[in-house]
Ligand binder design. Sequence first.
Ligand SMILES: N[C@@H](CCC(=O)N[C@@H](CS)C(=O)NCC(=O)O)C(=O)O
Length: 208
Amino acid sequence: MFRNLRLIASTTSPYARKVRIVMSEKRIECELQMTDVWSSDTIVSRYNPLGKVPCLIMDDGGAVFDSRVIVEYLDLLTPVGHLIPASGRQRVEVRTWEALADGIIDALVVVRLEHTQRPAGQQLQSWIDRHLQKATSGLGAASKALGDKAWCNDERFTLADIALGVALGYLDFRFPEIAWRRDHANLARHYEKLAARPSFLETLPPAG
Ligand SMILES: N[C@@H](CCC(=O)N[C@@H](CS)C(=O)NCC(=O)O)C(=O)O
């Protein structure tokens, strides 16, 4: 049933990693096509006018983006390991967790692009600080909401845990100097459990 799905992704994109983890957890087979989004001839621009990964190509050639829409579609494809509650308050809570975790990544990506895409003399420290503050306060909110619970939502593994784990993994990957484990022992504990799952191990970003 899933033979003809293709995911355009990159090994370093946390948004693509979230989608790949969802596929792995739900046992959805999909062809992976890696691209360098910063190259002028990246294939993703043929399918996503925004030129961003991840982008899912369906069997009829139709394109689905962004990562939140893709994971929604994937969760509906098969009942195996449902990750998003079907309706109601639980569903909104899981999606809000995802928005929070993606928002932490969005803020960190702004900081990274400021560092990597602009010459040193043109980087705006107040802009960097503003986004670091968003990431810091997002982590604080995640830590408070997780508390001492086993899972982010409803005592079971959901998309909320995947999204949070991906954000924490992105911190380790791109911002090892941020000591989030020191400030949030409960996030550290949760991440240790998530990072040991095969779906997380299979999708680790490249070292270095
Ligand atoms: N909200 C989007 C964000 C996607 C995104 O920003 N992807 C980055 C890679 S991490 C990208 O493709 N950037 C290329 C660009 O901005 O031109 C999602 O959740 O899929």
